[in-house]
Design a protein around this ligand. Structure first.
Ligand code: DP6
Length: 421
């Protein structure tokens, strides 16, 4: 380290999106820490303006140990998954020179230098919205930039995968496939981009954050139990998913919403069926989730072609993908009809891109109260309402992949001591 002073702090800030799988990853094919899946999966990256993780990573000779803060609270980095990511990324580090600051770090120096990492989610971490996917992707992407790692996004995805499987798909925007690979060392288990976010920009995504009192089984332990006990999973991984992956790739290529919707809903339902086939069975969806499925199914069936696809991860939240803005506005009307807000503040009930609610003619609570039952429910059946069963809705769309934030004001660590601002 040929540096005039030893007090420098070098840092990089990056922003990484979260993603929602439309063909699910569920199950690891071995017990190693490599995180190798039993099948390929495909996801849609969500617009980082509404859901993303920002990470600032810093290196300095004044740091005494690797440290990390999540939403300003210090967290431990001792977990195996953090350690795998840090070890892997350090092993790919290259020489770095910042002439302006008089800093020179050689490839070899990186193993002796400590890191500070600050991470921030622009959405509630506890809401069950794949925060670990965006988090590990952002950690690996930001460190890759700091350390001048030459590997491309796909190779970086194989490192992020070792933090959390679904994280590997957050290294790209648009539509992403995680190729399961065959190698024992995991070198070919990585993400590839199928199409960028501009390819199919009609789609609108509405997430219903569903109230839940129950503590859910984590994805990691849930899928372990499924692999150990479910015969249906073996059938799914061998017979069902390989065909679905090809059909989904084609549906995305052709912007064929009816096929996209059919495959997305079927795959979500099969994933939850596999959870039910686990011993003891795992229930991720609740009554509200089931109600949302019925609302969408009933509406889709009453139209000539499907308007909305639904998919659910390891929790009760619904991710609804509407074919275009018009369908999204009609969807919002239906959702607000069945799940009216429990407070008067509509702006905190529909967050993200709230122009969709405006399209639906909903500018305030009186508009919600004036909503009529959707035409697909028969007039003579009084439809029940479920106030309070949805915490809030997030309106978003397919979005871009990771980016660097060069404005120092956006950094989460201060440039002098490398501590949270
Ligand atoms: C249902 O990636 O959270 O969201 O690899 O053990 O960290 P680990 O699991 P994780 O599992 C995600 C499962 C899923 C489906 C998906 O995203 O494909």
């Amino acid at each position: 380290m040929a540096n005039e002073s030893q007090n420098w702090v070098l840092m990089v800030t990056a922003q990484t999106p979260t993603n929602i799988a439309v063909i699910k990853y569920w199950g690891k094919r071995d017990d190693s820490t490599l995180i190798l899946p039993v099948n390929d999966s495909i996801s849609v990256t969500l617009d980082p303006n509404h859901l993303c993780t920002t990470n600032t990573v810093a290196v300095s000779p004044i740091f005494q140990q690797d440290r990390m803060w999540l939403n300003a609270n210090e967290i431990s980095l001792s977990g195996g998954r953090f350690q795998s990511c840090l070890r892997e990324i350090r092993s790919h580090a290259c020489d770095v020179e910042d002439k302006k600051k008089g800093i020179k770090i050689t490839k070899e120096d990186w193993s002796k230098l400590y890191l500070h990492i600050a991470s921030y989610n622009n959405f509630p971490t506890a809401a069950g919205l794949a925060s670990s996917a965006a988090g590990f992707a952002c950690l690996v992407y930001a460190l890759g930039k700091l350390m001048n790692v030459k590997e491309d996004e796909s190779q970086l995805s194989a490192i992020a995968r070792q933090g959390s499987g679904s994280a590997c798909r957050s290294l790209y925007g648009g539509f992403v496939k995680w190729v399961m690979g065959k190698e024992e060392n995991g070198s070919d288990s990585l993400a590839v981009q199928l199409a960028d976010e501009k390819h199919w920009d009609d789609l609108v995504i509405v997430i219903a954050v569903v109230s839940s009192r129950q503590k859910e089984t984590s994805s990691t332990s849930g899928m372990r139990e499924t692999v150990e006990t479910s015969l249906l999973l073996q059938h799914r991984a061998k017979e069902v998913v390989p065909k679905r992956i090809l059909q989904m790739e084609q549906a995305i290529r052709n912007r064929d919403f009816p096929s996209f919707s059919r495959l997305t809903c079927a795959d979500s339902n099969q994933f939850h069926a596999v959870c039910l086939d686990t011993s003891p069975p795992i229930f991720y969806m609740n009554d509200t989730s089931h109600r949302i499925i019925s609302i969408v199914e009933k509406w889709n069936r009453s139209e000539e072609a499907p308007q909305v696809a639904y998919t659910f991860d390891a929790g009760p939240n619904a991710v609804l993908i509407a074919r275009d803005r018009k369908a999204a506005a009609l969807l919002i009307q239906r959702l607000l009809y069945y799940f009216p807000p429990s407070s008067d503040d509509l702006n905190s009930y529909i967050i993200g891109d709230n122009s969709i609610a405006k399209d639906a003619g909903i500018n305030g609570i009186p508009d919600v109260e004036a909503l009529l039952p959707p035409p697909e429910i028969k007039d003579n059946i009084p439809s029940q309402k479920y106030k309070g069963d949805v915490n809030y809705f997030i309106c978003t769309r397919p979005g871009r992949g990771p980016v660097l934030l060069s404005d120092e004001n956006q950094a989460l660590l201060d440039g002098e001591h490398g501590l949270p601002k």
